[in-house]
Design a protein around this ligand. Structure first.
Ligand code: NAP
Length: 193
């Protein structure tokens, strides 16, 4: 259950978002029917917060729970609480825009930091002889997140599948994301020397 911006995201003539008043549980029931009819192997949700996931899980007569919740996830939006919650309910968190997206100018703040230019990710990538994208994805994989990465470039697609790396780097990026300045500094120093 999700909407694609500019395609299925309805709005008023003045550009204000037109909210729907459909009960998400009814939509979920329709998806359960699709699964029963053999039209879908697995069903999940996208861009659901904890409250919305709970709504589905507590639905009277629930037949199938969502197998996954696909949300934006990367070092600048690491979704710690939602991840913890989804894991506790055996729902796989699937991350999108894991490389910081293609920065579509319609919805990206021009001055927001560019994820693949992040200095710590780049330092780690350089040290371990990996690409920055590989480091960004490996960090999420090691947290038990499924990663979606998009590229139209054959060489990058190939690289994006090669994500082996070392534990030291994971600790480093975790410290960085959690704002542990001392630990990050110490690890960057260790990696550099
Ligand atoms: N459920 C939702 O609401 C939702 C929302 C957004 C996206 N998604 C899904 O998530 C998928 C991916 O997300 P996304 O497109 O937002 O962003 P993304 O995968 O984070 O970023 C895509 C951008 O990264 C570049 N890129 C890919 N690999 C790279 C590499 N190794 N080095 C440098 N740059 C690299 C691509 O450029 P090139 O193509 O030029 O290589 C492209 O500009 C989409 O296909 C979409 O299906 C879902």
């Amino acid at each position: 259950m999700s909407f694609m911006f500019n395609l299925l995201f309805p709005d008023y003539e003045n550009g204000k978002v037109l909210y729907h008043n459909t009960d998400l549980r009814d939509t979920w029931k329709a998806l359960e029917d699709c699964k029963d009819a053999g039209l879908a192997r697995s069903i999940g949700v996208s861009n659901f917060n904890k409250r919305q996931v709970e709504l589905i899980l507590n639905k009277p007569g629930l037949k199938y729970k969502p197998v996954c919740n696909q949300v934006e996830c990367h070092i600048y939006l690491n979704q710690t609480k939602l991840l913890e919650y989804c894991k506790s309910k055996d729902i796989v968190l699937v991350g999108y825009s894991v490389l910081g997206s293609s920065r579509d100018e319609n919805w990206t703040e021009k001055n927001s930091p560019v994820l693949l230019e992040d200095p710590v990710l780049n330092a780690v990538a350089k040290k371990l002889n990996r690409t920055t994208a590989q480091v960004a994805m490996r960090y999420l994989l090691q947290r038990g997140i499924v990663v979606l990465a998009k590229s139209y470039t054959p060489e990058r697609i190939k690289q994006n599948f090669q994500r082996k790396t070392q534990h030291a780097f994971y600790t480093l990026v975790t410290a960085y994301v959690n704002d542990s300045v001392a630990l990050t500094f110490q690890l960057v120093f260790t990696l550099k020397h």
